[in-house]
Design a protein around this ligand. Sequence first.
Ligand SMILES: NC(=O)c1ccc[n+]([C@@H]2O[C@H](COP(=O)([O-])OP(=O)(O)OC[C@H]3O[C@@H](n4cnc5c(N)ncnc54)[C@H](OP(=O)(O)O)[C@@H]3O)[C@@H](O)[C@H]2O)c1
Length: 274
Amino acid sequence: MILVTGAGGNVGSELTGILARGGHPVRALVRTPRPLPDGIEAVVGDLNEATSLKPALDGVRAVFLLGGYEDMPGALAVMRDAGVEQVTLLSSRSVVGGHADNAVAGMHMAAEAAVRASKLAWTFLRPSGFMSNSLQWVAQLRAGDVVREPFANVPVATIDPYDIAAVAAESLTTPGHEGRAYAITGPGSLRPADRLRVLSELLGRELRLDPLSDAEARVTMSAEMPAKYVDAFFRFFVEGEFDDSAVTGAVQDLTGREPRPFATWARTHLAAFR
Ligand SMILES: NC(=O)c1ccc[n+]([C@@H]2O[C@H](COP(=O)([O-])OP(=O)(O)OC[C@H]3O[C@@H](n4cnc5c(N)ncnc54)[C@H](OP(=O)(O)O)[C@@H]3O)[C@@H](O)[C@H]2O)c1
């Protein structure tokens, strides 16, 4: 049995589908009970409360794990005591050369350290920025044709969460991934305006990107997230602490096919933008 945490999220929802279609026994961790597609079993638990995970861990061999929760060492100890052998952690490429005092990089570095210390067999997935971050534009695109965006000049080798899930499925169901950290990206490096152009064509609308100045970006982002994360993203993309633009061949190497382009992600999720 494989337990998928974050099963309602961008990556976890793709992963439960891939595992179920591949005939692997899969269980989803959810915080509130709800029916899941494909008849996937859902068990309630909260990653912030380690002991709450116990019911979900019955018979589980491997866990797909999100990081950044309050007591990662405690959650991992509960998994090990329940008989879990293997963890695939969804980390971030920002850990490579990352600064532990940056709230985003530091969170992922701490999660990786907790997994390493757990004595469970581990694989780290270190993806680039997600294509699903474009869903942050949904409200603006429902209101009009202009998207205001911070860090508009920053290119990112953006990845489809489906490809993260495909690599996760490989790591959880085939041998040879223990102790490996995979820097996985999409097939090309895109600026926000490049992504918006694709959406524009698919939606048949004249969409326009209006870059936020750094001062405007700080105000907008501060309304949406704690100051430490705003600072972290400014350090990444204004001060240049993190270059997320380089494309890697890891998705191709691990899945035997090219990573999906942004147009495929956009076509699959187009209904959200209408
Ligand atoms: N976005 C990026 O560009 C990027 C890049 C690199 C790494 N990452 C990392 O990727 C992860 C996000 O992945 P995603 O986009 O698939 O996630 P997501 O769509 O934001 O969904 C998060 C999932 O986690 C669940 N969750 C939240 N708090 C929980 C808790 N206390 N206990 C159990 N489950 C909890 C949510 O469950 P509910 O349905 O109950 O809310 C939801 O299913 C984060 O760790 C992020 O740091 C993101």
